[in-house]
Design a protein around this ligand. Structure first.
Ligand code: NAD
Length: 325
């Protein structure tokens, strides 16, 4: 039986779908790329999550016909190298939109209401917490959405519908008329959004243009009461600059699901800060999203193996010169 290497686990729904398509799902014994490169030879398909797939691993996979990215952000896969090798890469851009938008809103509420600190206060019997915690409402405040794609659009809609927030959008390719119809305002300059927003939520892919999009100069434009939410990619924010800004009170709080590096030592400065709420990259990891994502990635992978053009091809230029078995 041919096999599909799973760099990281996927929901059982996806494993069952692989077996029904005649592929054995084989989980790598570890997700580091040296192990993956050792275990990938013979695989006709590989499915990966945030670990991606390196050039070294792709080069070791002489029989590989398709790479599936479980999720939206495919930046950890070496797309140019996969393309040069004639390997289609597919992803699942719709499967976790709802979950990530819900997390962005959840982190915002957690920061505005100081929920982690309130929880800790309750556990130590500090019912006087309410006298000194600067708890705030979101109603009537301004949300600045950076990146108006699938997740940004839904997050903006929730902020508006749930809390009556005014929504500003910075996303150069977004259609101003469509934004107006949705009741949002487009801003042309990032600094304009940063200076006017009470909540800034990041929803851009990681590209050379978005790397460190929020750096020292941008953080300096935020209101001291602002909340910054990042559920996109860690490298979109200059992390050392964010740490300094949080220490100096240049913004009130941050809610982060993504980091410059996902292995943090216990002494990492972010872990020492009270005004930051941290989640371990859980945006797309609700039960519902995990099932949808696993099903979608397997559908795309098996479509490619059956010679059908998949719906979400990351490197369409490869299609007519793709590898064949
Ligand atoms: P999308 O492609 O639908 O939308 C991205 C939007 O950002 C587009 O409108 C694009 O025009 C805009 N954009 C691109 N570069 C920009 C820039 N430099 N400045 C301003 N706008 C820019 O993507 P999506 O589905 O909304 O997802 C956004 C990102 O969220 C993904 O790329 C991924 O990295 C991240 N994500 C994280 C999780 C998680 O678990 N935390 C899960 C899914 C996705």
């Amino acid at each position: 039986m041919s096999f599909c290497l799973l760099v990281q686990p996927i929901d059982e729904v996806g494993c069952r779908a692989l077996r029904s398509a005649g592929l054995e799902p084989r989980l790598a014994s570890a997700e580091d790329m040296t192990t993956v490169a050792r275990e990938i030879p013979g695989a006709v398909a590989a499915i990966t999550r945030n670990a991606g797939l390196s050039r070294e691993a792709i080069a070791a996979a002489a029989d590989l016909l398709v790479i599936g990215n479980h999720g939206t952000g495919y930046d950890p896969i070496d797309i140019p190298f996969a393309t040069s090798q004639g390997i289609p890469v597919v992803h699942t851009p719709e499967a976790n939109v709802q979950s990530v938008a819900e997390l962005a809103v959840g982190l915002t509420l957690a920061a505005a209401k100081h929920l982690p600190a309130a929880d800790r206060a309750t556990r130590r019997g500090d019912f006087g917490f309410k006298y000194h915690a600067p708890i705030r409402e979101l109603a009537g405040k301004t949300a600045g959405i950076i990146g108006f794609g699938r997740i940004g659009r839904l997050t903006a809609a929730i902020f508006k519908a749930a809390f009556g927030m005014r929504v500003l959008v910075y996303s150069p390719s977004a259609d101003p008329a469509a934004l107006r119809t949705a009741g949002f305002s487009k801003v042309d300059r990032l600094v304009e959004l940063l200076a006017a927003s009470d909540v800034v939520s990041l929803h851009v892919p990681l590209t050379p243009a978005s790397k460190a999009l929020i750096g020292e100069a941008e953080l300096a434009r935020l209101k001291p009461s602002a909340i910054l939410i990042n559920t996109s990619r860690g490298a979109v924010v200059d992390e050392p600059a964010l740490i300094r800004a949080l220490e100096q009170g240049k913004l009130a709080a941050a809610g982060l699901d993504v980091y410059a590096n996902e292995t943090m030592s216990p002494t990492h400065p972010l872990l020492q800060l009270e005004n930051v709420i941290l989640t371990p990259h859980i945006g797309g990891s609700s039960k519902e999203a995990l099932e949808r994502t696993a099903r979608q990635v397997v559908d795309q992978v098996t479509a490619v193996l059956q010679g059908e053009r998949p719906t979400h091809l990351v490197n369409p230029e490869v299609w007519h010169r793709r590898r064949h078995s």
